[in-house]
Ligand binder design. Structure first.
Ligand code: PFF
Ligand code: NA
Length: 453
């Protein structure tokens, strides 16, 4: 008999699982990566390739994570072990759970630093500190902030504190409530920005940038980029979605939930592009990717436009919310695992991990200042953490999970847990998880390894 509830609790509604998974997946990737790579890689053509990657690689892998999580009803390490035992496979596959927890913890430590930047910009925007600034001023402003850890410690501490408080409160009183408040708020703020952007007079430019069909810009490289992003944007490969699935209802449809998550994540990414680019173009700026877009380019636009103060304020709250809901999912696996393994209270587990993550985050903060001379291969601690986790650990974890579910688990287990209405759907999923997903993630992993320096 399968357990109907996890010892950690359960979502209050089918939709809360979707909102929580969406909270994890909508993050900095949707804001500073997707719109930009779309514009760079052929617009509409790229969106189509990306959608194909979501359907063929992202969703099948997400289904694999969800089925393990819901069947095991425990943190990834123990859920994997449980599923392995059920099929008499070596429990050593739980190593994937360990890798996932490590990845989540490491990603969290630099997410918190980005959050500290965001928390610094929210009041700065409201006060209009950068009013009238050009790109030189905003660059200098951001660079000065990077090397002043003392101005960021408070934000970093506050962010870790909020995330750990939500985790300490548990599934129902903490996570469930947090996503039910934050996700609608996030969506509302995004709508506000979108309405403003639609009235800048540059909405059409953004539409063209995102949706024009430019076959010449589509290269084998852009297919790789699309595959990698489809996988990263859905928070796959480290057990975050697996963990959230442990709190899912036994009868909820895995296929339908996963479809909603993929659809809404893409929709939000496109909406963000349509909100940001008109603002960028209206100020005659070039779109950028990465932190530069959020902390240098957009502040110029906000500094120069009517109502820019309010707009910038709203924008940074939005970015902060996406970081917060992703961060919660990054730390839930280690927290739940600690409760399972050491039989401690949730707040104790959250406190221990909070302190550890705070310390590592502090090292990252300081690395911008003192370790800038220690940059090996011109990357600092922040860049290295980002590089190893996003480019190597996540694809490796995803590859391992696909092999485990596609080749090791018995079909009886996967078929009964997925419970798809049509046999052909199951067979399509089975083909994807056995061949397509491992091939894609293997290629991504090797390609990233090769580019390492
Ligand atoms: N999916 C997030 C994004 O697109 O920004 C990144 C991420 C968050 C990856 C949480 C993994 C994770 F567990
Ligand atoms: Na995302």
């Amino acid at each position: 008999m399968q357990r109907t509830t996890s010892i950690h609790g359960r979502w209050s509604h089918r939709w809360v699982f979707i909102l929580a998974a969406l909270g994890s997946s909508v993050g900095l990737g949707n804001i500073w990566k997707f719109p930009y790579i779309t514009g760079e890689n052929g617009g509409g053509t790229f969106v189509l390739i990306y959608l194909l990657c979501v359907v063929l690689i992202g969703l099948p892998l997400m289904m694999a994570e969800v089925l393990i999580g819901r069947r095991g009803r425990l943190s990834p390490v123990n859920a994997i072990a449980l599923c392995a035992r059920e099929t008499s496979v070596s429990p050593r596959w739980q190593l994937l759970g360990w890798l996932g927890m490590l990845t989540g913890f490491l990603i969290f430590s630099f997410y918190s630093v980005v959050a500290a930047w965001i928390l610094h910009y929210i009041p700065a925007m409201a006060k209009g500190v950068l009013a009238g600034a050009g790109i030189q001023q905003t660059s200098r402003y951001f660079e000065a902030l990077l090397v002043s850890p003392e101005r960021l410690i408070l934000g970093h501490s506050a962010f870790v504190g909020v995330v750990m408080t939500v985790l300490a409160l548990g599934v129902r009183r903490g996570l469930d409530r947090a996503v039910r408040i934050m996700m609608p708020a996030l969506f509302f703020l995004l709508l506000l920005l979108l309405i403003y952007a639609a009235n800048t007079g540059y909405f059409k430019h953004a539409l063209v940038y995102l949706f024009h069909f430019d076959l010449e810009k589509v290269t084998p490289q852009s297919v790789l980029v699309a595959m990698g992003h489809a996988f990263f944007t859905l928070s796959l490969g480290m057990g975050a979605i697996m963990m959230y699935s442990a709190y899912m209802g036994r009868r909820d449809s895995i296929g339908r939930s996963v479809l909603w998550i993929g659809l809404l994540d893409t929709l939000i990414a496109l909406m963000i592009g349509l909100a940001i680019f008109p603002i960028v173009f209206a100020s005659q700026l070039d779109p950028a990717s990465g932190p530069g877009l959020v902390f240098i380019t957009l502040p110029v636009a906000f500094a120069q436009m009517p109502a820019g103060q309010v707009l910038g304020f709203v924008f940074f709250i939005l970015v902060g919310l996406t970081a917060l809901t992703s961060a919660i999912s990054l730390m839930e696996p280690v927290t739940a695992w600690t409760v399972e393994r050491f039989k401690v209270m949730r707040w104790q587990a959250a406190l221990i991990w909070g302190v550890l993550a705070w310390l590592l985050g502090l090292a990252v903060l300081v690395s911008f200042e003192t370790m800038s001379s220690l940059r090996f291969f011109s990357r600092n601690l922040f860049d290295w953490l980002n590089y190893f986790t996003s480019n190597l650990f996540l694809p490796l974890g995803g590859l391992g999970l696909a092999i485990f579910v596609g080749w090791k688990l018995s079909r009886r287990v996967t078929e009964s847990e997925l419970h798809l209405q049509q046999t052909w759907l199951y067979l399509a999923w089975y083909f994807a998880i056995r061949y397509l997903v491992p091939a894609a993630l293997g290629i991504i992993f090797v390609a990233n390894l090769y580019n390492i320096i």
